[in-house]
Design a protein around this ligand. Structure first.
Ligand SMILES: Cc1cc2nc3c(=O)[nH]c(=O)nc-3n(C[C@H](O)[C@H](O)[C@H](O)COP(=O)(O)OP(=O)(O)OC[C@H]3O[C@@H](n4cnc5c(N)ncnc54)[C@H](O)[C@@H]3O)c2cc1C
Length: 475
């Protein structure tokens, strides 16, 4: 078969012309992804050590027409890092893991794509700076993957998502050419903004090899508070009041449902801090300051909200260890969800004013299918981003309910569309939501996306099958 021949010729060429040590048979740690929905079909993995080697690999891939699937930390939740064809090679950036130019004057740092997010936190933390992108996968995900997915996480409310935290980028295109846009500038209106085209393109337009990240002076104090609310409308009211009073000091406003706390208890992940007086919804709020001056005002605001019955009992994370414990509870929820086993998981965003209608309408329609289905709705409420995950009835396995999954997906996606939301807030499209993109995207926007893909990657070799299916390199 011609395809095998081309593929093995490509592998041989990589070994002969670059180095035998950069390619090997793929090992088990690259075969699966966090949700267990996809299995990596790649036979080999390439681990380049420099931008030049990435460029050489892509030049050879173009010559032999071989699909290349970039891999950074492998924590992506939409299957984007998983090859769907054994003749598509996986390319991991893990050997490109150097931290290069830290500048306290520019408040920036240059890193290679394979640097783990938490390593950036540790490095800049020692210099009293903050890189605010953060999420539960921070110990494994890498900067290249964060930018390729335009990751969100828990700091978006104040600092924006990965896109807002990137000043410069180096990218290798499908034909091996290199775009060097490594800059530390906050302002640069010199033509088309290519950097922002690559960010969020999930490896379908180019491979990110280096980036300059934006830093902020570390904050000296933070206040973390956890409290229940009598209903969802009170959650919204408390957001409006806290964000109006504290503006930019509000760093995170996270929604947790009682179902989420029950999952933590059921899976023995974390002991819930709520023992009695449970409510349906809770909030985890973080404010950051550089002095103690605002502390008193925060306590007075929480008191005021409590006295007006907008919020219920408050648990304060007033020491670092108590604050960490509260955050751990929030960050363990995805792992608890995984253990319980969802039928369908959704990462959606909505205008805040439509969030309650979305929740009520979706719950009503889901319960009409089966009133015992369980929903764990949680997430970055302040950003308008909810994780809306649907589970089988208690003590039952999700495998028995997979036949209703398409109906559940339709309910969520249709309600998002009707209420002016998005079916993918921060995880991307990957392989999981390719059909949804075609169905729900504005046709004009979709058409331009196809043209951009063709212009950057005419042979459809970069991450084939991700985002846009119809331009996949034909088998
Ligand atoms: C427990 C848990 C919690 C999470 N929480 C959040 C959250 O709060 N917010 C959020 O946004 N995400 C979250 N995620 C998802 C995931 O961590 C992010 O999408 C992360 O940015 C992926 O980074 P990665 O290095 O693991 O990328 P990978 O999974 O390796 O790749 C992701 C995508 O980017 C492409 N890619 C990877 N590297 C490059 C590169 N150098 N150049 C071009 N393309 C590349 C891949 O082909 C793939 O399409 C979570 C995941 C887990 C498991």
């Amino acid at each position: 078969m011609k395809k095998d021949k081309d593929y093995f010729k490509f592998i041989e060429n990589i070994r002969d012309t670059i180095s035998p040590s950069i390619i090997s048979e793929i090992s088990p740690s690259y075969l699966s992804e966090p949700r267990g929905l996809y299995w990596n079909e790649s036979l080999h993995i390439i681990k380049p050590r420099s931008t030049k080697e990435v460029s050489d690999c892509l030049r050879l891939a173009t010559k032999h027409k071989i699909g290349v699937v970039p891999w950074s930390g492998g924590t992506g939740l939409v299957g984007g890092q998983i090859a769907s064809d054994k003749y598509h090679v996986t390319l991991s950036l893990e050997k490109m893991n150097k931290i290069r130019n830290f500048s306290s004057i520019n408040q920036s740092i240059e890193v290679e794509a394979g640097v783990i997010l938490e390593s950036v936190h540790e490095f800049v933390g020692k210099k009293s700076f903050l890189f605010p992108l953060s999420m539960a996968s921070k110990g494994s995900c890498c900067i290249g993957g964060n930018l390729a997915t335009n990751a969100g996480g828990i700091g978006v409310l104040k600092y924006g998502n990965a896109r807002d935290l990137c000043l410069g980028l180096e990218v290798v295109l499908a034909d091996g050419s290199i775009i060097n846009d490594i800059k530390t500038l906050k302002k640069d209106n010199t033509g088309y903004d290519l950097k922002n085209l690559f960010i969020g393109s999930e490896g379908s337009l180019g491979i990110i090899t280096r980036a300059v990240l934006r830093l902020f002076p570390a904050l000296e104090n933070r206040i973390v508070a956890f409290f229940g609310v009598p209903n969802f409308n009170s959650a919204l009211k408390s957001y409006i009041e806290i964000s109006r009073r504290f503006g930019q000091s509000l760093q995170a406003f996270e929604l947790i449902s009682d179902e989420g706390l029950k999952f933590l208890e059921e899976t023995k992940m974390t002991q819930s801090v709520v023992k009695e007086n449970r409510s349906q919804w809770y909030l985890l709020v973080e404010l950051g300051f550089n002095s103690n001056a605002l502390e008193q005002e925060v306590f007075e605001t929480l008191d005021d909200l409590y006295n007006r019955e907008i919020i219920l009992d408050v648990i304060l994370g007033d020491t670092e260890s108590k604050a960490r414990k509260l955050w751990k509870m929030r960050e363990d929820i995805p792992e608890a969800n995984k253990k319980v086993g969802a039928i369908s998981s959704h990462d959606i965003s909505l205008p805040l004013e439509n969030m309650e209608s979305f929740i009520n309408k979706s719950l009503y329609e889901i319960k009409k299918i089966n009133r015992f289905l369980r929903v764990n709705c949680f997430g970055h409420m302040g950003d308008g981003n909810l994780h809306f995950n649907i589970f089988p009835p208690n003590k039952e396995s999700n495998s028995r309910y997979m036949d209703i999954k398409p109906k559940l997906v339709e309910i969520i996606n249709n309600n998002c569309k009707r209420l002016e939301g998005s079916f993918s807030a921060e995880h991307g499209v990957g392989r999981l939501k390719v059909k949804d993109l075609k169905q729900y995207c504005d046709p004009g926007k979709f058409d331009v996306m196809c043209q951009i893909k063709k212009a950057f990657d005419p042979l459809a070799l970069l991450n084939p099958g991700v985002i846009l299916r119809q331009h996949t390199h034909e088998k």
